[in-house]
Design a protein around this ligand. Structure first.
Ligand code: NIG
Ligand code: FE
Length: 412
């Protein structure tokens, strides 16, 4: 099936050879004005200026007139915890009353609260609620997504979560990557036996997950009171032996050393980065590891925002993602993530859109599949309502500016 999209006001993020963008490169967002786009069997087959084609000469099954509209690659959300048993707005009240994320965790809330509920949830109910969230975020323009385990905190619980993610992969048209996050917190049974839990992760969980091919990546919550840099390294090295590349929760609440461990392990990404010093920034800048910033998590926890400017000015490769989870970012709206990156982290609209598309794809190892308008990539596209310029997207933050979303060449 061949679809021709005509009269596109701006075709955004057009790249012949897409690659990870770092530092100043993030500010270059190539566009074609008054463009056409050709889609064949769900993939981008060609594009260019309107005046370069004669639609009558093409064999087309569908034609779409996109006059006044901008077309861009779907958002690539490279960090989510989309599978979870239920919301935690009771903790939201605690937060409003002044309790910190760490204080809520200490009194048995937080990750352990979700873990307790997960234990009692069936695979079916977890799948059904995650499917609804996936539908919601895809209507908001997300066209590729990473999903973590990490509320199981036992071999059976983690396998249950990863099987749910596997089913999401099988049933959805979106490219989905699965990350094993058994090292998200210590379960109550191992409260005083951290080594015992780490041994279970290394000796029981990782081999079974690898045997069932349930994960693409491995993650550790490297944070004071959770997993130390040494423990993070030990767990990630075990994952690497089974082909799981690290994507690490680093430098969220404290200067945890997580960034440096990630760099040492050649992690695909280190994520969060609310709490950075010059040493961590320089370590990241001198590496091939992507820094994934999660501004809605910082916003929700009233943390200082990630130092995006300092990171970009130092030459880092930056992605932005939603961190969709019930505790620190109960929203998977990437439009909001792009807006907050501009307003709160002082990223330029071009930088934020690149960070949410091509660099997000790179942070999931999906840059050959999606993240830019490139021949051969999936036709996963956002069609905006008529807008005056690309900066209008993050600027008009309260409006839904998405007209339609296309996944694999079909409307959703
Ligand atoms: O990325 N910080 C660790 N993990 C999640 C939060 C998980 C939760 O609170 O349920 C995060 O913010
Ligand atoms: Fe997270």
């Amino acid at each position: 099936m061949t679809t021709l999209v005509t009269n596109i006001s701006q075709l955004v993020n057009v790249r012949e050879t897409p690659q990870l963008l770092r530092g100043k490169e993030l500010n270059d967002l190539p566009v074609i004005e008054e463009a056409f786009l050709l889609i064949e069997d769900g993939f981008i087959a060609g594009f260019g200026k309107m005046d370069a084609i004669d639609p009558a000469s093409l064999k087309i099954s569908h034609q779409v007139d996109a006059a006044g509209q901008f077309v861009l690659p779907c958002w690539c959300d490279s960090h989510t915890h989309l599978v979870f048993p239920s919301s935690r707005e009771d903790e939201f009240r605690d937060k409003i009353n002044g309790l910190s994320y760490a204080a809520i965790a200490e009194k048995g809330g937080g990750i352990l609260n979700s873990a307790k509920k997960l234990l009692a949830s069936s695979e079916d109910s977890l799948f059904n609620s995650a499917w609804k969230r996936l539908e919601e975020v895809s209507k908001l323009g997300t066209g590729a997504i990473e999903i973590k385990s990490g509320y199981g905190l036992s071999t059976e619980g983690e396998l249950k979560m990863l099987r749910v993610i596997k089913k999401l992969k099988e049933r959805s048209n979106l490219p989905i990557k699965a990350t094993f996050l058994g090292a998200h917190a210590y379960p109550p049974a191992f409260k005083d036996d951290h080594e015992g839990y780490i041994n279970e992760i290394i000796n029981e969980m990782i081999p079974r997950i690898a045997a069932e091919q349930l994960a693409d990546f491995i993650d550790v919550f490297c944070e004071k009171g959770f997993f130390s840099p040494e423990e993070t390294e030990k767990i990630c090295r075990a994952g690497l032996q089974w082909g799981l590349r690290p994507k690490i929760h680093a430098n969220q609440l404290h200067l945890s050393g997580g960034t440096q461990v990630g760099v040492k392990l050649k992690a695909l990404s280190v994520d969060h980065l609310e709490t950075m010093d010059e040493a961590a920034i320089q370590a990241l800048a001198g590496s091939g590891t992507i820094g994934t910033l999660l501004p809605t998590a910082a916003f929700f926890l009233r943390m200082p925002m990630q130092p995006a400017r300092a990171l970009i000015d130092a030459g880092c490769a930056i992605a932005i993602a939603s961190d969709f989870n019930p505790g620190s970012s109960p929203s998977g709206n990437m439009n909001l993530v792009v807006t907050m990156s501009c307003i709160q982290m002082k990223m330029l609209p071009e930088e934020a859109i690149n960070a949410a598309t091509i660099n997000g794809a790179c942070a999931m190892d999906l840059s050959a599949v999606t993240g830019s308008i490139t021949v051969g990539k999936m036709a996963n596209l956002i069609f905006t309502k008529p807008i005056p310029s690309i900066a209008y997207l993050p600027y008009a933050f309260g409006s839904n500016l998405i007209d339609k979303v296309m996944i694999s060449g079909g409307w959703i």
